[in-house]
Design a protein around this ligand. Structure first.
Ligand SMILES: Nc1ncnc2c1ncn2[C@@H]1O[C@H](COP(=O)(O)OP(=O)(O)O)[C@@H](O)[C@H]1O
Ligand SMILES: [Mg+2]
Length: 282
């Protein structure tokens, strides 16, 4: 179980993540939704310890992730792999070598430096590629692949890290609909077949509904929605995103936000103040 307790990350006088508390069940596929600037990337970076919290803590199976240092921190980063919108492959290297990079933390460094991968590592890398229909590309340069293919290679690289958690930061944001589906299917495979917990930032509510079994809505760094895919009603979506149209913060937008604040809360929604903050802050 991944437990996030009152986590805050401050940049200057702005809170990118603001008092977030979550419990993430092992083996779940969690979608993090919310408009641009809501704090989705910061939340994932905090979990992976690419960023450190200003306050609050993260626990994994009772261990305090936010206190880890040195070797233990490196082990944690191996245990929670991360993929990004821009794939982050080494373009001039072949696909197989890119995937083998995911084994680096598992092999002695002198062997890694000489790129003396064991047969077992190679077999594992090829199997990972094959499970996403990418086996035939193993010998090709990574930069020759389409975006959707590169993202599936990145997922294979993450998989051979043998992580317990996969953090995916808008992994399909730059892909066309067909590749979006292939990449989301690959994440679903990682989740179901290998039992790896997936935490995925998504912009599309349709994808969030289709693929995730739990959803967390962020606005201005705060959790404003938590529920299953069927709890994400049009009304909730409007609360999460509806104010986007009213970016120009004139009086009417502010009045509307106040009226929203007076509405009774929906199940799973914290009172409307964060939504109002989203309107005024983000
Ligand atoms: N390294 C940083 N330095 C300063 N501000 C940051 C940094 N990272 C994020 N922020 C700010 O924190 C807020 C949340 O950003 P982010 O987590 O990237 O949101 P999202 O991924 O939902 O678009 C934004 O206002 C952003 O400008
Ligand atoms: Mg982001």
């Amino acid at each position: 179980m991944l437990v996030i307790e009152d986590l805050t990350r401050q940049y200057g006088d702005r809170r990118a993540v603001d008092g977030v508390s979550l419990r993430i069940e092992p083996g779940s596929f969690v979608g993090v939704i919310g408009r641009s600037g809501a704090g989705k990337s910061t939340l994932l970076r905090l979990i992976n310890r690419l960023a450190d919290p200003s306050s609050g803590r993260i626990l994994h199976d009772g261990r305090e992730v936010t206190a880890l240092k040195g070797r233990h921190l490196r082990e944690w980063r191996t245990r929670c792999a991360m993929i990004f919108q821009q794939f982050n492959l080494v373009g001039r290297l072949d696909v197989m070598t890119n995937v083998l990079m995911g084994r680096l933390s598992h092999v002695p460094s002198h062997r890694a430096l000489l790129r003396l991968w064991s047969d077992e590592d190679r077999a594992m890398a090829l199997a990972a590629l094959e499970s996403f229909d990418m086996g035939e590309f193993a010998g090709q340069r990574a930069d020759g692949l389409s975006g959707g293919q590169q993202q599936r290679v990145a997922i294979a690289r993450a998989l051979v890290q043998e992580p317990q958690i996969l953090l995916a930061d808008e992994p399909v944001a730059s892909l066309d609909p067909r590749n979006t589906r292939l990449v989301m299917d690959a994440l679903a495979e990682v989740n179901r077949r290998y039992g790896i917990t997936v935490l995925c930032n998504l912009h599309s509510l349709d994808l969030a509904r289709a693929y995730c079994d739990r959803l967390v809505g962020l606005a201005a760094g705060r959790v404003v929605f938590e529920g299953g895919p069927f709890d994400l009603t049009e009304d909730v979506a409007r609360r999460l995103y509806g104010l986007e149209a009213g970016e120009v913060l004139d009086d009417s937008a502010e009045r509307e936000a106040e009226q929203r604040a007076a509405l009774p809360g929906l199940p799973g929604i914290v009172p409307a103040r964060p939504v109002r903050e989203a309107a005024l802050g983000a």
